[in-house]
Each structure stands twice: as C-alpha cells, then as structure tokens.
Design a protein around this ligand. Structure first.
Ligand code: NAD
Ligand code: UDX
Length: 494
C-alpha cells in the first residue's frame, strides 16, 4: 500500500481528498489531470458560479482546450467531481487548492496595477470558517509575493485550533496547450515554510505530482521564491515578445526581416528559439496583469528603476497594437471610414476561445474609432463575447466573462459571422489577428475575387504565404517584414 505523510501523519493514498476552489482555465484542467493520473485520489472542483459547474458536468465544457474533453470523460463521476457545494467539499478535503481569479485592481489603492485579492481573501476566510480538520492550503492562483503570509494570518487567526500549512504551487500551463503542459510540465514548483511541518506539507504535495512527474522536475523552494518565480517567469516570457516586437518596427524601417532576425538570434543556445515570434502584441489573462503586479510590488519596495524597466514591456505591447492600426489606416488612403474590414481571429491565440486581453480588442477598437465596419470571424469565440469585449472599459478586460458588466450599447458597426468567406466578402481589407490553422488553407483567390480593389491583407501573426498572396494581387503587410512598395509610399506611422 502506498503511503504519504499528511501534516506528519501517515495517510493511505486512497484517503486523500483534494478540493479545488475555482473551476476556471486553471482549476478545471489542472484538477482533471490530477484525477486522471491519481485514480486513488478524490478530486472535487468547486465554484460559486453555477453555470460553469453545470457546464463542467455536461458534454459542452465551459472552456475550449484541445484534449480536455477526453481527460474529463475518463474520470468524471469516478474520482473527479464538479460541484457548487463549495463549503461542504472544502470542509471534507485534506488538500485545498485555491485557483480563483486574481485580476488587476480597478479601484482604490494600486488601481490599474496591484492584484485584486478580493476573491482570494474571501476563499481564505471561507476555508477558515468551514474547516474542522487540518489542511494543506495550496496557492494555485498567481499572487503577489508575500500573499502566503497574509493567508496564513487569516487562517491562523480564525483557526479554532486547526493546523493549516500554506504552500505556493504556481501553475505554468499555457492555454491551447494546457493538457500537454500538464502531462509533461517543464517543472512543478512547490514553495513552503522551512519548518518541519512546512517540509512535510511540501512532501505531501510532491507525492501527488510524483504519480506522473519525474522527481528531478519537481522543484522545492521557500514560499517567497515560489510566488516570485511565477511573476518572474511571465515577465521574462512577455519581455521576449516585446523585445522581438520592438525589433519588428526597426525591421520595417530598415528592410530587415524579423523572422530572419529571430531565427538568427534564436540559434544562439543562450537565447534559444522559442517565444520569438513577432506579433500584433501579446494577450491573455496573465502577462499584462502579472507584469503590472510586479511593477506595483517594485514600486512598493522603492525600486523605481526596476519598476520602470518592466513597465516598458507593457508599453511596447500597447505601441505594437497602435502601430498595427496605424498601418491599416494609413495604407488605405488614411481612412477606413465606412469601409468593411474583415477580422480573422479574435481569441488571444489559437486553440482557445479565451479573449481576455486579446490584442484583437485594441485593434478593433482602433479601427472602429476610425469608423470602419468590422466583420469578425473566430472559430471559437461567440458573437456575444466579442460584442461584450468591444464595449467594455479596458480595466475590466482581464475579468472572467461572467464578472464583466454587459454594456447596453449595441456596437452597430460590428457583425460576427460564421466563416472567413462571409467575413471577407465585399471587404476592402483583411486583418489576421489570431493564428488559427484554418486561415492558412483558405481559398485566397476566391476571397480576392469577392473583395473590393485594391485588396489588402494585414497579417498580425506572420502566418500568411505572402508571396502567394502578392501573386494573386493582394497588397500585403506582415509585421516586421520588408514593406510592399505601396506601403512604403504611404505616410510614416508612429
Ligand atoms: P478564471 O477566471 O477562469 O477562473 C476562476 C474561477 O474562480 C471563476 O470561475 C470564479 O467564479 C471562481 N471563484 C472566484 N471566487 C471564488 C470563491 N470565493 N469560491 C469559489 N469560486 C470562486 O481564472 P483562471 O484563468 O483559471 O486563473 C486562475 C488563477 O490562475 C489566476 O490567478 C491566474 O493568474 C492564474 N493562472 C492562469 C493561467 C491561465 O492560462 N489562465 C495560467 C497560470 C496561472
Ligand atoms: C502564459 C504563459 O506562457 C504560461 O506559462 C502562464 O502559465 C500563463 O501565461 P498563455 O497566456 O496562456 O500562457 O499563452 P502564451 O502561449 O504564453 O501566449 C501569450 C500571448 O503571447 C499570446 O497572445 C500569444 O499569441 C503571444 N505570443 C506568444 C507572441 O506574440 N509571440 C510568441 O512568440 C509567443
């Protein structure tokens, strides 16, 4: 019989109960994989948002993620459960993961930068209220460094003699590849207190991951290193994208090709080839939020130069979106007013329906500002989500859809359509904003025939076959690539 230690006491592995608070993009897939890999552990994912729980228990899961359906189907109803009965399952659990949203604060102290820990704090208070037995509480959400200390205070001041151990176990999965990232993580990071009880808690969580993750990939650190490593990892990743995007502007000005530059520098093993694709800008719920959070922490510690350094990563990302809009408008005789523009792709990357902080929002809003008429097609994003995103104030964009206010203002200049051919019919220009595979294999001759002339393609992801499109007759702009003669003759853009 396999044994693990739970807060110092040996437990039969088939007695371990895990509860995860938050059934979102992280909680759902992460717990599904734990359940699949650990058939003797009971895993319950709970959420206060009932429609999400209903969807997790249905054939139409609340998030689109390749491979997820399969994993959920294999263990749901056996050792994986989704429930709205938050308090009951937290009370029964040995290990409680907290995977609630931690968006950027929109009001009050630190607004626009600091992490909003409202959901985290209410989860921690609820754990303290309902617990009747010792528990390991695991920070799965991305949180500011030192959050564990605050959580410890909440739990111990309300503990009624119960022993809580706090661990930091940040998640590194990326959307669209979440299942393969969870199956084969580059590393699992566990931070805990350096006390004997803390070390025992680390070991208990290590034993869970050891079911499928090789020991050398499980890294154990102190709490603060684990918390900060997550923010640092996202900041470094985003910084690479802003670096290559900054280069893309210089490439356009000089005739260099950003793909060739990325290839050349990525061959240096110290730099490496990944995450060097120039784009219309990074999106997603994490990068911007986590960098702003890092900036805020630096400022709170009096580290102004460090804060300014990281702030620039977000500034370049904004610049890249503005630059793209300016290219579109200036190429089309300096106005898109009344012109139909087809938007291909709205999600922040391919293989997800998530639109949080997608660069498509800024680009579409920029084009709408110049009175364009947009026809949007994305294979995974529904119309109501697109309209809600476009009518929202920027600071609300990293909140989950159901927590966002729906604007009563109808966006009359926007239609969402069911395929790329409908979107492009009669259009003056096409903007490719997400790198969905299906956009590579469209019949562009047919599309060209059905468009206004001159017909433009603005490739915000560098996924189009530029030579082929030019042969057909399109005027093509690709980020960071040598410019068409047409574009060179247009006024310089910011
Ligand atoms: P999400 O918004 O998809 O899911 C969070 C869920 O928590 C929501 O369904 C919400 O209803 C629920 N919730 C909030 N308060 C609750 C409470 N008190 N009790 C029960 N449920 C509650 O968020 P997400 O994308 O899964 O991200 C969760 C955390 O993980 C964030 O801190 C994020 O930064 C981090 N993270 C996200 C990703 C990613 O790719 N999305 C990757 C790594 C880390
Ligand atoms: C990111 C981190 O990768 C992940 O480790 C963390 O847990 C959560 O945040 P995610 O945001 O889901 O994951 O996707 P990611 O693949 O990192 O892409 C983020 C954005 O950067 C997307 O908009 C993507 O299109 C863009 N990107 C990525 C580029 O523009 N160029 C690149 O070379 C790579």
């Amino acid at each position: 019989m396999v044994l693990i230690l739970f807060l110092g006491y040996p437990l039969h592995i088939n007695m371990v109960k895990i509860c995860c608070i938050g059934a979102g993009y992280v909680g759902g897939p992460t717990m599904a994989v734990i359940a699949l890999k650990c058939p003797k552990i009971e895993v319950v994912v709970v959420d206060i948002f009932e429609p999400r729980i209903i969807a997790w228990n249905s054939d139409q899961l609340p998030i689109y993620e390749p491979g997820l359906d399969d994993v959920v189907k294999q263990c749901r109803g056996k050792n994986l459960f989704f429930s709205k009965d938050v308090e009951k399952h937290v009370a029964e659990a040995d290990i409680v993961f907290v995977s609630v949203n931690t968006p950027t604060k929109t009001q009050g102290l630190g607004a626009g930068k600091a992490a909003d820990l409202t959901y985290w704090e209410s989860a921690a208070r609820m754990i303290a209220d309902v617990s009747k037995s010792d528990k390991i509480v695991v920070e799965k959400s991305t949180v500011p460094v030192k959050t564990a200390e605050a959580i410890e205070k909440i739990l111990t001041h309300n503990s009624k003699g119960i022993n809580f151990q706090i661990l930091s176990n940040p998640e590194f999965l990326a959307e669209g590849t979440a299942i393969q990232d969870l199956f084969k993580p580059d590393r699992v990071l566990i931070g805990g207190r350096e006390t004997p009880e803390g070390q025992k808690a680390i070991q208990a969580l290590k034993d869970v991951y050891a079911h499928w993750v090789p020991a050398e990939r499980i890294i154990c650190t102190n709490l603060w290193s684990a918390e900060l490593s997550k923010l640092a990892a996202n900041a470094f990743l985003a910084q690479r994208i802003s670096s290559v995007n900054a280069m893309s502007a210089l490439c356009e000005a000089t005739g260099a090709d950003v793909s060739q530059v990325s290839h050349a520098i990525g061959k240096d093993t110290r730099i490496g080839p990944k995450f060097l694709n120039a784009s219309v800008g990074f999106g997603g719920s994490c990068f911007q939020k986590d960098i702003l959070n890092l900036v805020y922490i630096c400022e709170c510690n009096g580290l102004t130069e460090v804060a300014n350094y990281w702030k620039q990563v977000v500034r370049v990302n904004e610049y890249q979106k503005t630059r793209f809009v300016n290219r579109v408008v200036s190429s089309m005789f300096n106005t898109v007013s009344g012109k139909k523009i087809a938007i291909l792709g709205f999600a922040f990357k391919k293989d997800t329906g998530d639109t949080r902080e997608t660069p498509a929002i800024g680009v579409c809003q920029g084009l709408l500002g110049d009175k364009a008429i947009l026809s949007i097609y994305d294979p995974q994003v529904p119309q109501e989500q697109i309209q809600r995103d476009l009518s929202m104030h920027k600071s609300e964009l990293d909140k989950p859809p159901h927590l966002r206010p729906v604007s009563p203002v109808a966006i009359e200049q926007v239609t969402c359509v069911r395929d790329a051919y409908e979107a492009t019919k009669g259009a003056h220009g096409i903007c490719v904003l997400t790198e969905w595979d299906e956009f590579k294999t469209l019949d562009y001759q047919k599309i060209y025939n059905d468009m206004q002339k001159p017909a433009f393609v603005f490739d915000g992801r560098n996924v189009m076959d530029v030579d082929k499109l030019r042969q057909i007759g399109f005027i093509v702009y690709s980020i960071g690539k040598p410019l068409d003669a047409w574009l060179k003759d247009m006024p310089a853009v910011a």
